[in-house]
Design a protein around this ligand. Structure first.
Ligand SMILES: [Zn+2]
Length: 208
């Protein structure tokens, strides 16, 4: 049954601004949970939250976002499924990237979980010509979880490149956010110097 409701596309925390200090779309996506190492705070409660993140991060265009919002209102159940899938993908990516940071071989099960998204995204992918240039079309283009395609794509590009060695985790244990380290020395420690960096400086000062 199709139920129409505005609830699906409403944001749960309209004042919350998503943080993109991770510096990479797939990494920023894993940072939609605050305080990961302490008491995790979920920021993707509704499909509207997911869509707002995707729009703000630029993984969907304004036009695509309004189309998806309309369709989510028309099919709340499908929107709920898309949200659950997004959260599952996010946690899979976080676990896999954490293993990479710790230089650990990822568990088979974890890799299999990500591979479900890989085959779902690319299983029927094909090239087509659009506006005079080649574009990779994927079967999810018309689905409510269409925003996961660019996330999966950028995650694969990152994880299979030399850039994987540049994935880091915030040195604040309670935060545990991931980031892409673009410093020449590869010694970035904090997700955000202004937040975790300063907080830990203050802590060290007090302790000393
Ligand atoms: Zn941090």
């Amino acid at each position: 049954m199709v139920t129409r409701s505005a609830g699906a596309v409403e944001r749960s925390e309209p004042a919350y601004r998503f943080d993109f200090c991770g510096g990479h779309p797939a990494i920023d996506f894993t940072n939609t949970v605050g305080n990961r190492g302490d008491e995790p705070e979920e920021h993707l409660h509704t499909y509207g939250d997911l869509l707002a993140w995707a729009r703000a991060r630029g993984v969907v265009s304004r036009g695509e976002a309004s189309k998806l919002a309309r369709r989510a209102q028309d099919d709340v159940d499908a929107a709920g499924r898309a949200l659950r899938r997004a959260v599952d993908l996010r946690e899979t990516l976080y676990a896999l990237m954490s293993a990479v940071v710790d230089r650990k071989k990822p568990e088979k099960q974890l890799l299999a979980r990500l591979n479900d998204y890989v085959s779902d995204t690319f299983g029927a992918a094909h090239l087509a010509v659009e506006e005079g240039r080649l574009t990779l079309k994927t079967p999810s283009d018309d689905r409510l979880d269409a925003m996961l395609t660019p996330i999966v794509r950028s995650a694969i590009e990152l994880l299979t490149s030399d850039g994987a060695a540049r994935i880091g985790r915030c040195a604040d244990k309670g935060c545990a956010w991931l980031f892409f380290d673009t410093t020449r020395s590869g010694t970035r420690r904090w997700c955000d110097m202004k937040v975790c960096g300063n907080r830990n400086k203050v802590r060290r000062f007090r302790a000393g």
